[in-house]
Structure formats: structure tokens, C-alpha cells
Ligand binder design. Structure first.
Ligand code: COA
Length: 540
């Protein structure tokens, strides 16, 4: 692998313009993150009430459980952004990966300052996604439960379907059976379905005075049985720890509970983050030779102006060293080997449209990585596969399908970052969400849609006008159709629209990409080698 020689002129006006545009995008990202953390209508009052009750804010709780001065990688902080009238910041739930005694765990923690921690549809999706991340990466789960259960006004979008509330309990039971610890601290009401989060856990701690578990709360008990009882007498820490046995330990304060939880974690017999297994090639890491902060000057402020994937790779990988595969062929896809925080990886990155040669090159490279057991990192920036008569006649459909099939069946760990456009089937061939990358992050300049707004405006206007079958249409009407289509595509391809719906695991600052994927690779490195996949049939 040779050091990449950058051609970027950091003194140019274009570079300065790009940096200014990117820093403005990061300001927006940070503002929205703050809104998710402690913003929203009436939030100030509900935070005040939470603190008055002696309760601790959700992210501080996680901080009290995790090892001092270790990173917590939070997922999908902006889930729900722009949905539910923007009244459910972060969907009222925090998920992520953090270390306890050096062992990585997934955290699923309700934020009771948002709708009483009750679960809106995006909260359920986030909860289930965190469990799926735990399953694939071999991680235990710590549940910090402080939730009013299902958000009742939207119960039909939460309750019955495969990946709804029931799916979260199904996953919890199966994760436990795989030997992945399921540990709960009960810090609020766990009513009805919510009672099963602690009840399905391997070990449970309840905090006196705030933690409660019951299938039906006092109002239901009164209506059904005429019994009048206080919440604590019905399902408080004492009754469940000393009488029912639903809980294993009780703590008089949150701090005591987190100390107890850390003691439990010391007995779970899980591999630490630094227990690398031999199958994944690793050597001492070195920082990139080119500064990751220069990414801001490379990504074009105008998304119609392309930027070179090799310049991006130079700012992400160890020593900025890269071993390109087939560099003289299929140049609209860059493939090659590099080290990422010491881990040997195969990188596949777009330099624009995917042509037949580029698709074949990527397929070949995926097969090499699969055979050699090398994780794959996809850096998406493509408008999709090439269209047109020449391309069709050359068989782009079958060549694209080879790439899609190879990605779908690769069993080595896969990770995807949307660094620019993610359009059309390019999203699929480059390991989009539907292809189950272990983690998928997006940069705030990214765009995701079936096609770019410019293209959609022309294509859909033509279709709409065709449908009118020659009926008189004025220039103004045509302009209105074009504007409506453009607005729809621009809104729906916006990265905040995507992250709100959990099409990714979060928007990240490009300069954090190296560290975030570094942690993800370390999670894979502590696992056993994944079993190789079957032989594929490729349409030749
Ligand atoms: N569905 C919809 N909204 C809910 C909710 C639920 N399950 N649980 C709480 N909320 C909302 C409240 O309406 C309130 O909304 P607002 O801020 O817009 O007024 C907010 O969350 C805070 O609730 P509040 O009752 O004021 O807070 P609290 O801290 O005193 O009590 C709970 C919190 C969770 C103990 C209590 O709200 C509760 O018991 N909720 C119902 C639990 C239930 O029966 N769930 C059934 C699930 S299947």
C-alpha cells in the first residue's frame, strides 16, 4: 500500500467556499442535535419535573454506567426529526454502544422527559434496530427503563406487526438465549407491555420510589377489581424484590443501582473490546497522513460538482495508505485495501455513475474480500447505474445484478457511509440499508432517493403530461407541476428526512467517520469468524 499524494489545493477559493458551506451544515446538525437532547415544546417544564423528582437525565445515566473517559457512540439521535409535529425529540429514546469494564454493550434507554418515555413508532423502530445491532455484533444489552409503554394514540403503528413492540420482546428472548446478557434497571413505570422488558431480562435492578412494574396500573385495577392501591404497593421495588421476585435487586438511589449494574457486568463473562480474534488481520494503527478536517474542503458545496473518492479515503485510513485494485479499469468505482484503525479492510467508493466495468470490478473485489475474510467499507456517492442504449446493449442490468448479488451474499462484516448521493439501484449495489450493513452512517451533505431532484423533475413531468393525453396545458401549469415534483424530491432526499425514519444509524460529522467505523470494526474483531457464504450463480 502506498501513501496517497493529495492533489487538493487547500489555498484555493473553491476549497475555502466548500469549508464555509460544510461548517454551516455542521452548525445546523449541532443545533438539531441539541433540540433532540433537551429541546421541544414544554420540554423545559418536563425536565424540571424529572429533576425535581430526583431523577437523572438519560444521557447522564448512561455516563454513570459506562467506563470513565470512554466513548459512547449514539445511534440515530435525530430519529423522528420533523415527524409528530417535532414534539418527540429523538423519539424519546437513546440507543448506542458504550463500554462497561472494557466490554461493549448496546444501551437502550428511555427518555422520560419526552412524552413520559412512551414509545412512538420511531422509538420502537429505534429500540428494535438497537437489538438487531446487538445480535449481529454479539453484544449484550443494558435497558434503562423509564417509559409509559406504547404511545397509545398511535397504538396501531406500534403494537401488532412483525417489527413492532412484540418483535422487541421476541428479540430480547432470543438475544438472551444466544448468551448475550439482557440487563435492566427500572427507573420509572413499566406498565402492561413495558413490564416485559425487565421481566424478560437476565437480571433486574429496581430503584426504590421511582421504579414500578405492573401489567395494569392502579386505575385499571380499580376499574377491573374495585381494588384501590398505591403504585408502590402494587408494583414498587420492595414488592417485586421481596415478595414477587420479578426483580433481583433493589437500590435506594440511581447511583447505587448503576454501581450494582457494573458489578453484574463484571460477572457476565463477555469478551472485552480489545480481545481481537486472529481471523481479522490487524496491526498497530497510525493516523491518516492527511488531516481529516480537510474533508470539509473536498466535499463540493454544490452537489452537482463531483469530488474524488481517493481524496476522501486519504483522510480516513491509516497513514493515508491505499492499495488500489484494478486502478486502470472501471474508474468510476475505486476499490482497494487499506487499514482502518489497524484493521485490514476492503474499500469500495464511487466516483460517479456506475458503468458495466465498474460493476464488474466491484463484484470481483467483493469476492476477493469474501474469500480472504476482509471486512468491506462502502463509501456511497453515486447517481446510480448507467442508462442508455449503449449501456443496455452492453448488459448493464446483468452486470449491476452481479454486484448486487455479491453484496447481498458477502458474509464478512460490511459497513456503509453515505458521503454524497445515494441514488437508484446504486444504493443497493453499494450496500444500502436493504443489504444489511452492520452499521450505516450518513454525512449531512448526503442525499438519498430513487433519482436526483433534477432528473425527477424532468421524468415525472413528462409522465404527468403524457397522462393528460394531449389536453391543453399552459406554461404556468407545467411550471407548477415541475415545482411540485422538485419540492417533493428535494424534501424526501434530504438527509434529515432519512435519518428521521432510521434509514441510517445516524448523521455524523465527516471528521468522526474514522473513529466511529474504527469502533464498529473493533466490535467485529472480538467476534468469531463469520461462516463463509454459498457459491453464487452469476448471469454471464
Ligand atoms: N401514551 C401516550 N402518551 C403518554 C403515555 C402513553 N402510554 N404515557 C405518558 N404519556 C404522555 C402524557 O400524556 C404526557 O404528555 P404531555 O407532556 O403531552 O402532557 C407525558 O407523557 C408525561 O406524562 P405524565 O403522566 O404527566 O408524567 P408522569 O411522569 O407523571 O407519569 C407515566 C409517567 C409513564 C408513569 C404515566 O404517564 C403513565 O402511567 N402512563 C400510562 C402508562 C400506560 O398505561 N401504558 C400502557 C402501555 S400499553
Amino acid at each position: 500500500m502506498k501513501r496517497i499524494h493529495s492533489k487538493i489545493d487547500t489555498g484555493s477559493a473553491a476549497y475555502a467556499d466548500n469549508v464555509a458551506a460544510y461548517l454551516a451544515m455542521l452548525d445546523t446538525l449541532n443545533e438539531r442535535m441539541h433540540y433532540a437532547i433537551d429541546g421541544g415544546p414544554g420540554r423545559e417544564r418536563s425536565i424540571e419535573r424529572h429533576l425535581e423528582r430526583g431523577k437523572i437525565m438519560v444521557r447522564d445515566r448512561i455516563d454513570m454506567v459506562t467506563d470513565t473517559d470512554t466513548p459512547f457512540v449514539e445511534f440515530s439521535t435525530l430519529s423522528g426529526w420533523g415527524q409528530y409535529d417535532n414534539e418527540v425529540p429523538g423519539s424519546g429514546i437513546v440507543t448506542g454502544v458504550g463500554l462497561v469494564h472494557g466490554v461493549p454493550y448496546v444501551f437502550i434507554a428511555n427518555d422520560a422527559t419526552v412524552k413520559g418515555g412512551s414509545l412512538v413508532p420511531m422509538a420502537i423502530k429505534k429500540h428494535v434496530r438497537a437489538q438487531d445491532i446487538a445480535a449481529e455484533n454479539g453484544l449484550g444489552v443494558i435497558y434503562l427503563v423509564d417509559s409509559g409503554g406504547a404511545f397509545l394514540p398511535l397504538q396501531d403503528e406500534i403494537f401488532p406487526d412483525k417489527d413492532h413492540f412484540g418483535g422487541s420482546f421476541y428479540r430480547q428472548a432470543r438475544l438472551s438465549a444466544q448468551g448475550l446478557p439482557q440487563l435492566s434497571v427500572v427507573l420509572g413505570g413499566c406498565t402492561a407491555g413495558g413490564a416485559y422488558v425487565p421481566a424478560l431480562s437476565d437480571e433486574v435492578i429496581m430503584v426504590e420510589g421511582i421504579g414500578r412494574i405492573f401489567l395494569g396500573g392502579p386505575p385499571i385495577v380499580k376499574a377491573a377489581l374495585g381494588e384501590i392501591i398505591s403504585p408502590d404497593d402494587l408494583g414498587g421495588a420492595e414488592i417485586h424484590t421481596r415478595t414477587s421476585g420479578v426483580s433481583d435487586y433493589m437500590a435506594s438511589t440511581e447511583a447505587e443501582a448503576y454501581g450494582r449494574l457494573r458489578e453484574i457486568c463484571a460477572t457476565t463473562n463477555q469478551r472485552r473490546i480489545d480481545e481481537r480474534q486472529a481471523w481479522l488481520d490487524w496491526m498497530e494503527p497510525e493516523p491518516p497522513a492527511h488531516d481529516p478536517a480537510e474533508l470539509f474542503g473536498i466535499v463540493s458545496a454544490d452537489d452537482r460538482i463531483p469530488f474524488d473518492a481517493v481524496e476522501i479515503i486519504a483522510r480516513l485510513v491509516d497513514g493515508s495508505k491505499f492499495g488500489p485494485f484494478k486502478p486502470e479499469w472501471g474508474s468510476s468505482i475505486v476499490c482497494g485495501f487499506a487499514r482502518w484503525w489497524g484493521h485490514l479492510v476492503g474499500i469500495i467508493a464511487n466516483n460517479g455513475i456506475i458503468f458495466s466495468e465498474s460493476a464488474l470490478k466491484a463484484t470481483h473485489f467483493i469476492e476477493l474480500c469474501e474469500q480472504r475474510r476482509i471486512p468491506l467499507v462502502f463509501l456511497q456517492n453515486t447517481s446510480g447505474y448507467m442508462v442508455g442504449s449503449d449501456s443496455e446493449a452492453a448488459g448493464i442490468a446483468k452486470h449491476g445484478a452481479k454486484m448486487v448479488a455479491a453484496v447481498a451474499n458477502a458474509t464478512v462484516p460490511k459497513y456503509t457511509v453515505l458521503i454524497g448521493g445515494s441514488y437508484g439501484a446504486g444504493n443497493y449495489g453499494m450496500c444500502g440499508r436493504g443489504f444489511n450493513p452492520r452499521l450505516l452512517f450518513a454525512w449531512p451533505n448526503s442525499r438519498i432517493a430513487t433519482m436526483a431532484a433534477d432528473t425527477a423533475e424532468t421524468v415525472l413531468t413528462d409522465i404527468r403530461l403524457g397522462g393528460l393525453k394531449g389536453a391543453e396545458t399552459t406554461e404556468d401549469q407545467i411550471a407548477a407541476i415541475r415545482a411540485e415534483i422538485r419540492h417533493q424530491y428535494e424534501t424526501q432526499s434530504d438527509p434529515y428526512h432519512a435519518t428521521s425514519r432510521l434509514w441510517d444509524d445516524g448523521l455524523i460529522d465527516p471528521a468522526q467517520t474514522r473513529d466511529v467505523l474504527g469502533l464498529a470494526l473493533a466490535l467485529a474483531a472480538r467476534q468469531d469468524e463469520p461462516a463463509p457464504g454459498p457459491a453464487l450463480v452469476y448471469r454471464m
